[in-house]
Design a protein around this ligand. Structure first.
Ligand SMILES: Nc1ncnc2c1ncn2[C@@H]1O[C@H](COP(=O)(O)OP(=O)(O)OP(=O)(O)O)[C@@H](O)[C@H]1O
Ligand SMILES: [Mg+2]
Length: 379
């Protein structure tokens, strides 16, 4: 890109709201109205009491004069650092670490001057009014943003596909939340939750790899371990697990050898779909919860009868698990076989088929003209 083009691009971005979406595992950072986040990084902060000048460019200084590393840099140095997870299991775990992540986004990831940009900050559903207020105050008073909007994530996947009514099925790191929404309002009594997320799928795969001298720790696997790598490259959801097992005994194509960037090799076959099967058969990991599809049905059926059809036809899948090949088709198959005959079951995902739909929804929301009245500014 020429210098002139670059300057004009930067000028256009001046003042553009920034969009920060925090998940239990990943944080997505970028600018309003853009199609995708510019940066996706693990939601993790590592503190060092001793400030090393060599690390100045990959760290920031906290108010208490500690050196703070964020994302991959924190993971790589984790043995020397005090590690803190700002969000755990969809709850704010450490407000100070969340602030460090935001500060790092301003100073290092986006290199912006906060007083020229509004900020929309999205956190996992649900957050309390007190938490919302505390974050709003922190953004306005401590971090100097001129306008801010803090919200939980539930509506964002709907906005990402231009809707305000639907049932959001967000399958993230440790949980899958099922949230029916009518005209932007949550039907709280019908919210359901399954304690299975991408972590459990990785874990199930990891157990089956132990026989192959698999040595990664839980911590390593969370963000860059072999099981996660294999899962994201080779795992899928079968339409029918029993038939898939039968097929595997007849054809050889399902057996794959996966080579990691470090040269290690692993063989996977049935694990490719048995690890993900736990979402539809939680008893496989000794969980006494109802499977995903049954919870979606329970959720829809606990809403008023007059609203059920608009939920059946607006099922919006989101989160990292939703991009597993076959997930959409399996859910469709299970729901169609159990839904009342007159209902039109329709499942939607973000067009780009990424795990960024909450970020994309926030990017769209904050770029709309009529949204300007929602920015909270300093009194
Ligand atoms: N291509 C992929 N295939 C399968 N799983 C994936 C893929 N990409 C990401 N994931 C999984 O998605 C999970 C993280 O999902 P997501 O990014 O939605 O979580 P989060 O928003 O950080 O957390 P949460 O919403 O639960 O607070 C991880 O377990 C990761 O391995
Ligand atoms: Mg999420």
């Amino acid at each position: 890109m020429s210098k002139k083009n670059l300057e004009s691009k930067e000028n256009k971005l001046r003042g553009k709201p920034i969009v920060l979406e925090f998940g239990s595992a990943f944080t997505r950072i970028g600018f309003s109205s853009e199609d995708a986040p510019r940066i996706v990084k693990p939601t993790i902060v590592g503190y060092n009491d001793v400030v090393s000048k060599n690390d100045n460019l990959t760290s920031i200084l906290t108010e208490t004069n500690k050196q703070a590393f964020v994302g991959i840099a924190a993971i790589e140095k984790r043995k020397e650092l005090e590690i803190v997870y700002p969000i755990k299991n969809r709850k704010i775990n450490d407000m100070q670490a969340l602030k460090v992540m935001i500060q790092y986004a301003i100073e290092r990831d986006l290199s912006i001057t906060p007083d020229l940009h509004a900020a929309i900050v999205i956190l996992p559903y649900p957050i309390s009014e007190e938490e919302k207020e505390e974050i709003t105050k922190m953004l306005l008073d401590d971090l100097n943003f001129p306008g801010v909007y803090v919200s939980s994530s539930e509506n964002m996947p709907l906005y990402s596909i231009g809707r305000t009514t639907g049932i959001v099925v967000d399958s993230g790191y440790e949980k899958t939340d099922i949230i029916p929404i009518l005209d932007g309002k949550i039907i709280t009594k019908a919210v359901k939750s399954l304690n299975i997320g991408g972590y459990h799928v990785t874990n199930k795969l990891r157990e089956s790899l132990r026989e192959q001298d698999f040595t990664y720790t839980d911590e390593e696997d969370k963000f860059f371990g072999a099981a996660r790598n294999i899962k994201e490259n080779l795992c899928y959801v079968a339409l029918n697990a029993d038939k898939e097992i039968e097929l595997a005994s007849k054809v050889s194509g399902m057996r794959k050898i996966h080579k990691l960037p470090n040269g290690e090799k692993y063989i996977v076959e049935l694990q490719r779909f048995l690890a993900t099967e736990i979402l539809f058969q939680p008893e496989m990991i000794d969980l006494k919860e109802k499977p995903l599809h049954e919870q979606i049905i329970d959720s829809i059926q606990s809403c008023d009868t007059k609203n059920q059809s608009s939920l059946w036809s607006n099922i919006v899948i989101a989160g990292g698990n939703s991009i597993l090949p076959g997930y959409h088709a399996r859910l469709n198959h299970e729901l169609k076989s159990l839904a009342p005959e007159n209902e039109d079951v329709r499942i939607y995902s973000t067009p780009s088929n990424t795990s960024f739909s909450s970020w994309i929804g926030a990017s769209i929301l904050s770029s709309r003209m009529e949204f300007s009245k929602h920015w909270i500014t300093k009194k």
